[in-house]
Design a protein around this ligand. Structure first.
Ligand code: AMP
Ligand code: ZN
Length: 487
């Protein structure tokens, strides 16, 4: 059984897909006007763990992610400039080139972090016709009104608007006003109303704009996610045409906690206003990565990128380990010290896997480890099934490692269980291989041995360094010298 904390019900609930063993999973993708920072990536790691846990439990997953390449304005209140157009203006590149560049960079980072690729990646700019279809139905159902700068959704018309926040309509409006998250434009009827379609500004030409039944313009930020969900998971689009009655409820939708009060709340509004049906069963949200109490944010500018960490000599997977070592619903304070510890832990895990490989030939049939391994496996599985408790799952993994070093036997069983755990953890353990050293390296090892026997420590050490430069480590053990590939 898999328990997941559902933002909608504010409870941990047993997860059950709507259809047999197939799970529809939607994750809000990046806004591609600059590099994804490690805060963003923390959220994508949490979502990757969710997907891997579902796969581990035998579910099939259809994973869809959008790419926000148009319509996200510099404020979440539908004011300011389009983030991508603004970035394009600053450079000599077009808005489309900017979006493509940062999309590539995002997936490159994901690959380095062993984040499994979605089954469908859908760009906002490829779904303008579908956006228009959805807005047309909203208009027909009387949920919209027009201002001088666009078509807006009248949030007072939806009976349970804001339910994801746990607040009623009045309270949510007051809260957003007090938090100054949203400025009330004079023409907006309610502070929570949001744009569905924005008109291009009169006196400047946008690079990304489209004809519409209203005026030339571009979609609001939230419509793309409603549409992409309805199309690829909700099965409510046939070609570009929307059939609201056919819409199916979606199993899981995820994102960072900042998306709850506006983006996700508005996604729900847009869909439920046309389908009259629950949009999503399970809403999961990841907490922030913070730097000394300030949230890391692209618009705040206090960002750290994966390539910055690599330059400092860290492996991207050390960051993944760091992220797994705290629960996704707790905020994670990032520090270089914490990352150093994560890197050390990761190196130790890699060494354990290497040792298992080195010891592989030695299997002690007399001493069964099956019982203790079963216990550890149970502990691991219980942890990941309890709302993705990765810190506890890692603790079970460390138990496995400690157990191994007590007797160093039956390495095959330990190795196989470690790799099974890694199907969820994604630390790249399957990539660790023993390489056979060349004849030259073997000869150097032998020579070093001879020098050590005659106590020529300095000369022996020089040879060790030469060996290390060729990518091998040597370890002196009571059973002899072991040559390991350097990680
Ligand atoms: P964006 O590219 O800004 O649209 O954000 C992409 C994802 O990163 C969203 O799910 C956000 O909620 C999430 N996010 C943004 N900032 C942070 C942060 N500091 N820590 C964790 N997740 C974040
Ligand atoms: Zn979204």
């Amino acid at each position: 059984m898999l328990y997941l904390y559902n933002t909608l019900t504010k409870k941990k609930q047993v997860f059950k897909p709507i259809k047999d063993k197939l799970v529809g999973l939607y994750t809000c993708g990046p806004t591609v006007y600059s590099y994804a920072h490690i805060g963003n990536l923390r959220t994508y790691i949490f979502e990757d763990i969710l997907k891997r846990v579902l796969l581990y439990q035998g579910y099939k997953v259809k994973h869809v992610m959008n790419i926000t390449d148009v319509g996200h304005l510099t404020s979440d209140a539908d004011t300011g400039e389009d983030k991508i157009e603004k970035a394009a203006k600053k450079t000599k590149k077009s808005a489309f080139e900017i979006a493509e560049f940062y999309t590539k960079s995002f997936f490159n980072d994901c690959k380095k972090l062993n984040i499994l690729a979605p089954d469908i990646v859908a760009k906002a700019t490829d779904h303008i016709k579908e956006d228009i279809e959805l807005i047309k139905v909203l208009e027909k159902n009387n949920f919209t009104y027009q201002t001088s700068d666009g078509i807006y959704f009248d949030t007072s018309k939806l009976k349970d608007y804001g339910k994801l926040t746990g607040m009623n309509f009045k309270k949510l409006n007051e809260t957003l006003k007090a938090g100054a998250r949203i400025e009330l434009s004079p023409e907006k009827k309610n502070i929570t109303d949001f744009s569905l379609w924005k008109f291009s500004p009169k006196n400047s030409k946008r690079q990304m704009e489209w004809q519409s039944p209203w005026k030339i313009g571009f979609p609001g930020w939230h419509i793309e996610c409603s549409v992409i969900n309805l199309k690829y998971l909700g099965k409510a689009f046939k070609g570009k045409k929307l059939f609201p009655k056919k819409a199916q409820t979606i199993d899981i939708h995820t994102g960072g906690t900042d998306l709850i009060p506006i983006h996700h709340t508005n996604e729900i509004a847009q869909v439920e206003a046309v389908t009259n049906k629950k949009f999503v069963n399970f809403w999961l949200h990841g907490e922030f990565l913070v730097l000394k109490d300030a949230r890391m944010g692209k618009s705040i500018g206090n960002v750290i990128l994966i390539k910055n960490l690599e330059k400092l000599g860290f492996s991207p997977l050390a960051f993944r380990y760091l992220a797994l070592n705290s629960h996704y619903r707790a905020s994670l304070e990032f520090s270089l010290k914490a990352l150093e510890n994560a890197q050390e832990s990761l190196n130790n895990i890699y060494n354990f896997v290497l040792d298992c490989l080195i010891d592989k030939k030695k299997t002690d049939k007399q001493r069964s480890t099956t019982l203790s391994l079963k216990k550890i496996e149970k502990e691991f599985e219980k942890s990941i099934s309890n709302d993705l408790n990765t810190p506890k799952a890692l603790a079970a993994f460390w138990k496995l490692i400690r157990d191994y070093y007590q007797n160093r036997n039956n390495s095959k069983e330990f190795y196989e269980l470690a790799l099974k755990f890694d199907k969820v953890l994604g630390l790249g353990l399957d990539k660790i291989k023993l390489i056979t050293p060349s004849k030259k390296i073997k000869e150097l090892v032998k020579k070093r041995e001879q020098l050590r026997e005659i106590k020529e420590w300095t000369k022996a050490d020089k040879i060790r360094k030469i060996i290390e430069k060729s990518g091998f480590l040597i370890e002196d053990r009571k059973e002899g010298v072991i040559i390991k590939p350097k990680l």
